[in-house]
Design a protein around this ligand. Structure first.
Ligand code: A2P
Length: 265
């Protein structure tokens, strides 16, 4: 392993990990991978606080872990905000650089917070796809649900590349590829032409999403939901699921859907 290089002392209770891979998708989106500390355990779908060793008091932000719990590395999917307290610097990381990671992962978008069901619906906008990148790569999810439906809505086509590449790679994977035949990616655009356009919330309200997928409208007996996006998206998607009779759950009180705010900065 490569010894991490830091300009400042690493704070207590923080891992200093080395960047192993960086991939940029658009002027505002990229993904990177870091080494995984041997003692770091998390459940697929959880988030962790990350920061950079470039200040006496590093800025930490909550990031969903996009890699599954069995992966040897940790993956993150991030926006880039010019001048953003963290992403302004984070977008410049290169292989070999150090990223700080707090030791304790947490989150509600986990299998344990949902009752068993037939279909798992994952609703994401923008970088809200990150926790689902973890969940769809975890064989446990396929044990718990017969069908996985990943809904991803973005403004422009380049923003769908991460999800598209991920699902294609998963389906081609010799180990999990067979399981992933039960996964469907339903991605839509709102500000560019695309085979499917419109917000997920509108497509649920019109029933088009169910027609397109050939499944019955969401119902509490069969369907489970996970939501990750902006505050407005969470509010509207939550209202839609409640309209179908689903109820919000938590780690200590599993129910039929769970919600988490996507990272914004
Ligand atoms: P739209 O282009 O119609 O606003 P943002 O970058 O603003 O978070 O948006 C990311 C994607 O989420 C866009 O496609 C956007 O659609 C969509 N979106 C924004 N707000 C909502 C909402 N309240 N419910 C559903 N989708 C939303």
């Amino acid at each position: 392993t490569i010894a991490p290089q830091t300009d400042f002392p690493v704070p207590a209770n923080v891992f200093a990990e080395t960047v192993t891979e960086v991939e940029h998708y658009t002027s505002s989106l990229f993904r990177f991978r870091v080494t995984r500390p041997a003692s770091f355990r998390f459940r697929s779908g959880e988030f962790v606080m990350i920061g950079l060793p470039n200040a006496e008091k590093p800025v930490f932000r909550a990031y969903s872990i996009a890699s599954p719990s069995w992966d040897e590395e940790i993956e993150f999917y991030s926006i880039k905000v010019a001048g953003g307290p963290l992403t302004g610097h984070l977008q410049k990381v290169n292989v070999g650089d150090t990223v700080l990671m707090r030791r304790k992962p947490t989150g509600t978008l986990v299998n344990d917070a949902l009752l068993p069901g037939k279909r798992l619906w994952m609703f994401a906008t923008g970088t809200g796809i990150a926790p689902f990148a973890s969940i769809i790569r975890d064989p446990e999810t396929y044990e718990k649900f017969d069908t996985l439906i990943l809904c991803h809505t973005c403004r422009e086509a380049g923003e769908l590349t991460y999800g598209r590449n991920l699902v294609a790679a998963l389906k081609a994977d010799p180990l999990v590829g067979e399981l992933a035949q039960n996964l469907t990616l339903y991605d839509t655009l709102t500000r560019e032409d695309w085979p499917r356009t419109g917000r997920q919330t509108d497509l649920m309200a019109s029933g088009k999403i169910f027609e397109d997928l050939g499944v019955p409208p969401i119902n509490p007996a069969d369907d489970r939901g996970m939501i990750c996006g902006s505050m407005d998206m969470l509010r509207d998607t939550k209202a839609a699921l409640e309209g179908f009779g689903l109820e919000e759950g938590a780690n200590n009180r599993p129910a039929t859907f769970v919600v988490e705010k996507a990272f914004v900065d």
